[in-house]
Write a protein that binds this ligand. Structure first.
Ligand code: NAP
Length: 324
């Protein structure tokens, strides 16, 4: 029986592991993919205190080493179920992965989020065949080619900047006439001569048989004047029967934000309207003994620094819970 099982080896989960190990709690971290979470897809981190320039993969590697050297065990298995078990004398949690079942006195969910999809026909079929959600991972395949990036947040802006040194031409497509991401980054992009901005437009079709061949771009019904803080709530529809424009491209990088990975918790935990796990100041959920840290919880600012801060807060709350 572990004192705590942490679901997710991203910045929040690994920071939590550093704190629970230092509090002498037997800690297991379960990770479905690779350690580091979404941060490994970031080429350059420029807003983390004391580390003005560090790459996402380097940040992840250093954090992973720190957590495991302190004694955190890590298994690379996908969690498929979380159950609460109680006997007269005992209360514990059972976590089932694709390979095994683990038991713990407490749980920290730090599973982060998953790439938001365009939900267009052909998107799934052509993923890995021209359609990508990670410029850092796949950008090198498009040397000297023509690509498009879709999105208006920092991810789309950083992806475009990164690709501008690799691809011959980049179309940056955004559904409004103003970017959500940092103005300083937009200024950098404007200085590049191989980037074409396509504003107030959405992708309405993805074409290709075995590989991506082209996309169709449609203007939106009306530009969004006051986008909500949470971009997934913003309603935008392409103009029907408009003169959609076809762009022949070799690669499409979709960077339209992320959604919480919380499907398996919906029957046990309280989620908000967008699927994030509801938590209080101490990262406590509605179930005593289950805590939540990072992008997966309700919060205003989803940044690397707030994810690591959550890890520390959740781990301290776990120690308090375990020590009664
Ligand atoms: P985001 O800030 O939520 O931006 C998502 C973008 O996609 C928005 O511009 C949104 O448009 C657009 N969008 C959403 N759904 C869409 C749809 N169905 N069709 C077309 N466009 C759609 O997401 P993000 O860029 O991934 O950034 C997430 C967080 O990570 C942010 O806080 C960001 O600052 C941070 N980040 C930091 C760094 C760094 O510092 N190195 C790098 C990357 C990201 P609207 O604007 O119209 O809503």
């Amino acid at each position: 029986m572990y004192d705590v099982i942490i679901i997710g080896a991203g910045p929040a989960g690994l920071t939590a592991a550093i704190y629970t190990c230092r509090a002498n709690k037997k800690t297991l971290v379960l990770e479905a993919k690779v350690y580091g979470g979404a941060i490994v897809e970031t080429t350059q981190i420029e807003n983390y205190p004391v580390a003005p320039h560090i790459s996402g993969p380097n940040f992840a590697k250093t954090l992973y080493t720190q957590a495991t050297e302190l004694g955190a065990e890590v298994e690379f298995e996908e969690v498929v179920a979380l159950r609460e078990n109680a006997t007269d004398s005992d209360r514990y949690f059972e976590i089932t992965t694709e390979d095994d079942t683990y038991q713990a006195k407490s749980v920290i969910i730090a599973g982060g989020s998953i790439d938001r999809k365009l939900n267009l026909p052909n998107e799934k079929e052509l993923t890995g065949r021209g359609v990508s959600y990670c410029a850092t991972c796949d950008g090198a395949l498009y040397k000297g080619k023509t690509v498009a990036v879709n999105g208006g947040g920092n991810t789309a802006l950083y992806d475009t900047l990164y690709l501008s040194d690799i691809a011959k031409k980049i179309y940056l497509i955004h559904r409004r006439n103003e970017f959500r991401g940092d103005p300083a980054l937009v200024d950098k992009l404007k200085k590049k001569d191989n980037i074409e901005f396509i504003m107030d437009s959405v992708i309405s079709k993805i074409n290709g048989e075995k590989r991506l061949e082209s996309i169709e771009i449609s203007p939106v019904i009306r530009p969004v004047e006051n986008p909500s803080k949470n971009s997934e709530n913003t309603p935008v529809k392409p103009v029907e029967n408009s003169n959609a424009k076809t762009l022949k491209i070799d690669g499409l990088f979709v960077a339209i934000g992320r959604a919480p990975a919380t499907k398996i918790y919906k029957d046990l935990l309280k989620l908000d309207g967008n699927g994030y796990i509801v938590a209080d100041e101490k990262c406590r959920t509605n179930v005593p003994g289950i805590f939540v840290a990072g992008d997966v919880r309700t919060k205003d600012v989803r940044q690397l620094v707030t994810a690591t801060a959550d890890g520390a807060v959740a781990a301290s709350a776990v120690a308090e819970y375990l020590n009664g």
